[in-house]
Design a protein around this ligand. Structure first.
Ligand code: CAA
Length: 257
């Protein structure tokens, strides 16, 4: 049984993962990260899971890496840190990952948000990379993914000052897709996950892969990948079903083949 996460299945095809370490504002200790990575690996392997929502508490999505734990690691400890492998597994999750964020999303918490594909934020959410205040820099994507998400000036401002930004600012900058009142962030994220869970899974998977390619390749290669993926889907039964359902004016019943 995981200690620091709670997993529920509120809709068919959807898992809701709640970070539960209230005594440390959901700081991402190694055990929590390992549990999260294992949960996503299990969701990856389960053909019935089509989307995952990740959330925290009303006060904190996650307040970053666990500073107490970090204090005990020297250079060699950080060099051999098992957390790197956990982060890689989280970032490589191939199904849609939706973050529902309330309260603090700082340091590793903000980096976890940036591993998500869709981000719903309660209007009280705060996003920041305060590592500079500890004499370090972000170590789980907070310089690379943040710059790609919000552009150079704001990424520099956040990382060099450590100052957090509001949900509204994060949405304007491209870090957040939608803002809700805090009480509705999880519900809205689950609604989107349920909608995605009803789509053709192979198309969803290739759509995510193609969109992520746009962030890390040149345009010509990205367009080539998109065209190959588009062509591949022409060979699926779900594509035939989707087109037939449209013509017959009924909802499509996708099967994942
Ligand atoms: N690690 C460990 N414990 C943490 C923590 C963290 N990142 N963030 C908060 N806590 C603990 C506090 O120590 C406190 O515990 P005690 O009651 O035992 O003292 C408890 O959570 C509640 O926190 P506060 O009393 O500080 O709550 P607050 O409302 O006054 O302040 C906060 C909230 C502004 C988020 C503040 O807790 C804070 O600044 N936390 C640290 C944020 C941070 O620096 N994150 C970056 C970590 S480094 C990182 O993430 C590296 C990376 O990129 C991989």
């Amino acid at each position: 049984m995981p200690r620091f996460i709670n997993v529920q299945a509120p809709h068919p095809g959807v898992r809701l993962v709640t970070l539960q370490r209230p005594e440390a504002l959901n700081a991402l200790c190694t055990e929590l990260l390992a549990e999260l990575a294992a949960e996503l690996a299990s969701a990856e392997a389960d053909e019935h899971t089509r989307a995952v929502v990740i959330t925290g508490s009303p006060k904190a999505f996650a307040a970053g890496a666990d500073i107490r734990e970090m204090a005990e690691r020297d250079l060699v400890g950080i060099f051999n840190d098992p957390r790197v492998a956990h982060w890689q597994r989280i970032a490589a999750f191939s199904k849609p990952l939706i973050a529902a964020v309330n309260g603090y999303a700082l340091g590793g918490g903000c980096e976890l948000v940036m591993c998500a594909d869709i981000v719903i934020a309660g209007e009280d959410a705060r996003f920041g990379q305060p590592e500079i205040n500890l004499g370090i820099i972000p170590g789980a994507g907070g310089t690379q993914r943040l710059l790609r998400a919000v552009g150079k000036p704001l990424a520099m401002q956040m990382v060099l000052t450590g100052e957090a930004i509001s949900a509204r600012h994060a949405q304007q900058a491209g870090l957040v897709s939608e803002i809700t009142v805090p009480e509705l962030a999880v519900e809205r994220a689950l609604q989107l996950a349920a909608s995605i869970a009803a789509k053709a899974p192979l198309a969803v998977r290739l759509a995510k892969e193609a969109l992520l390619k746009a962030g890390d390749t040149d345009l010509a290669s990205g367009l080539r990948f998109e065209r190959h993926a588009f062509t591949l889907l022409a060979g699926t039964a779900d594509r035939d079903e989707g087109i037939r359902a449209f013509q017959e004016k009924r909802p499509a019943q996708f099967k994942g083949c």
